[in-house]
Design a protein around this ligand. Structure first.
Ligand SMILES: *[C@@H]1O[C@H](CO)[C@@H](O)[C@H](O)[C@H]1NC(C)=O
Ligand SMILES: *[C@@H]1O[C@H](CO)[C@@H](O)[C@H](O)[C@H]1NC(C)=O
Ligand SMILES: *[C@@H]1O[C@H](CO)[C@@H](O)[C@H](O)[C@H]1NC(C)=O
Ligand SMILES: *[C@@H]1O[C@H](CO)[C@@H](O)[C@H](O)[C@H]1NC(C)=O
Ligand SMILES: *[C@@H]1O[C@H](CO)[C@@H](O)[C@H](O)[C@H]1NC(C)=O
Ligand SMILES: *[C@@H]1O[C@H](CO)[C@@H](O)[C@H](O)[C@H]1NC(C)=O
Ligand SMILES: *[C@@H]1O[C@H](CO)[C@@H](O)[C@H](O)[C@H]1NC(C)=O
Length: 456
């Protein structure tokens, strides 16, 4: 049905010479670097290199979701607005584009933010760090897969935790908009080849697996350590015949640079108390009633203030303006969910340090001709695994190598008025990290490769 493979190669070569104590204070180091703005008088345009969204050559219908100035917003409720479907939504749009436009001037850190409609996350992103002469940027995201949401009234919410004081003066001025595109001669949902909607996004229903408002934070769950499992109960309609869990992930504070974290024994043997540790391997697990149904070995997004200005100004790091989300097919487990009772959807992060922001959207395809579908799980394998670690340290200098691989697969059938189908979902995950500390840890070298193959 769909196969995706995304090999990931990261090379962090010689992250500038710095002393060990500076290693995990990269943020403050880099923010000092950009506090000497150059003399251009016009605002700098920041951008992430992405593929253009293939929209039709027609006039879109415009909807302003929110206009807001994010000043001191940290630990305050998300900024909300009421969404009402625009009158142009009389047919199913072929494309829907979400647009985030922002300006900022002064001095400010990069801030993570999330954008939700009816609790469903539409965008996880990071602000660009301003200059004294101002910056401007635009993020556009294809949100067609969330189509069903735009047909009902709901609450739109943005959480962007910003701090403003006499030093950090930057206020983010933001407009968030939607563009609906229509193609009159084409019915988007039905393909001529096969008319089974479940083989295509958008789903009929998207349910949020996020925290409910009111909150003085984002709607994401906070995962603070490796035993911390955050979860939510959800009831799935009994006529669902396909289910895909879409997970949003970002990592911060002690784990912002998790891929460069040294192991705990290195920290303790060298008396580096208070430094982040747990080594460089992380896994986000997705749990259904306690069973691990999928795992994500996340892409190492470098936010717009991370490591070195050359990585983010004015071209920002891959994924920093539009963090990747990850799809886990859970159709093989649908039989369990069709009983009309609540089930527990949980998230954990192996080796996590404070803090990971995780939530998910459950995409569901519903049988319009029946109130009950049937299914059965045939096979499910999520064997335990242990990352292999080799380390050799003498004081602050030395080497660490970690290898891990994991396979998770599930097979089940589902019967609806479209027929009976067998779904196989499998994940092949490979991880390799080698780390070197030299010159009394004034130099750290990290080479990491993650390969993920998901197939349905
Ligand atoms: C930047 O501005 C300062 C103060 O106005 C001036 O002295 C300096 O020459 C300018 N630098 C450049 C590269 O234009
Ligand atoms: C947002 O910025 C882009 C790029 O400058 C521009 O094309 C677009 O019209 C802007 N949208 C709004 C609503 O101002
Ligand atoms: C937001 O929209 C208002 C009204 O159209 C406009 O004046 C302002 O420049 C926009 N801001 C951004 C950041 O696009
Ligand atoms: C892990 O985090 C949870 C949630 O914040 C907390 O209750 C628990 O005490 C923490 N466990 C450890 C070992 O720190
Ligand atoms: C760490 O602290 C212990 C106990 O205070 C001390 O014996 C040891 O020499 C210290 N190690 C280093 C590398 O400083
Ligand atoms: C899917 O699973 C079924 C049942 O275990 C098996 O017969 C079939 O060969 C699998 N198909 C693929 C493509 O893996
Ligand atoms: C290495 O760094 C540690 C911690 O900063 C310091 O205590 C020690 O004196 C340094 N050793 C050498 C040989 O420079």
């Amino acid at each position: 049905m769909a196969t995706s493979s995304f090999p990931i190669l990261i090379l962090l070569l010689s992250l500038l010479p710095f002393s060990y104590s500076h290693l995990h204070k990269l943020k403050s180091t880099t923010s000092r670097l950009h506090s000497n703005p150059d003399n251009t008088t016009s605002p700098t345009t920041f951008f992430e290199v992405t593929r253009p969204i293939p929209v039709p050559d027609t006039q879109p219908c415009y909807y302003l979701l929110l206009q807001h100035d994010f000043a001191y917003t940290y630990n305050k409720p998300p900024v909300t607005s009421s969404y009402t479907p625009p009158s142009c939504l009389t047919q199913i749009p072929s494309h829907i584009v979400l647009e985030w436009n922002a300006t900022c001037k002064g001095r400010q850190f990069d801030r993570i933010f999330g954008v939700w409609l009816g609790g469903v996350e539409l965008l996880r992103s990071c602000t660009a760090e301003p200059r004294a002469t101002g910056i401007i940027w635009t993020v556009q995201k294809d949100v067609t897969k969330y189509s069903s949401l735009f047909f009902k009234e709901s609450t739109f919410a943005v959480y962007l935790g910003n701090l403003v004081d006499s030093t950090y003066t930057g206020v983010y001025h933001v407009n968030v908009s939607l563009y609906f595109y229509f193609e009159s001669d084409k019915l988007y949902l039905l393909d001529e080849q096969d008319n089974i909607p479940a083989f295509h996004f958008p789903a009929d229903l998207v349910l949020p697996i996020s925290r409910n408002l009111p909150l003085n934070d984002g709607l994401w769950f906070l995962i603070q350590n490796s035993t911390d499992i955050q979860s939510k109960e959800l009831t799935v309609p009994s006529n669902a015949y396909r289910a895909v869990l879409e997970v949003y992930i970002s990592f911060h504070s002690d784990d912002e640079f998790w891929y460069s974290n040294p192991p705990n024994n290195y920290i303790s043997e060298n008396n580096l108390t208070g430094e982040p540790g747990n080594g460089p391997f992380r896994e986000v697990t997705l749990r259904l009633d306690g069973d691990v149904v999928g795992a994500v070995w996340p892409f190492t997004v470098i936010y717009t203030g991370g490591i070195n200005p050359l990585l983010w100004r004015p071209i920002t790091g891959i994924g920093s303006f539009n963090l990747p989300s990850y799809n886990i097919e859970i159709t093989p487990f649908l039989d369990r969910l069709l009983d009309g009772k609540p089930h527990i959807f949980g998230f954990g992060v192996t080796n996590a340090l404070d803090v990971w922001f995780v939530d998910a959207n459950l995409h569901l395809w519903l049988d319009q001709k029946s109130s009950k579908t049937d299914g059965n799980l045939l096979k499910y394998e999520a064997p335990a695994y242990v990352p292999r670690t080799i380390s050799k340290f003498d004081g602050l200098d030395g080497e660490l190598k970690i290898n891990a691989q994991r396979r998770i697969s599930s097979t089940g059938w589902i019967k609806s008025s479209y027929g009976q189908f067998t779904f196989n979902f499998s994940q092949e995950l490979h991880f390799q990290n080698s780390m070197e500390f030299r010159d009394n840890a004034s130099i750290q070298l990290v080479r990491q490769t993650i390969e993920s193959t998901y197939s349905t």
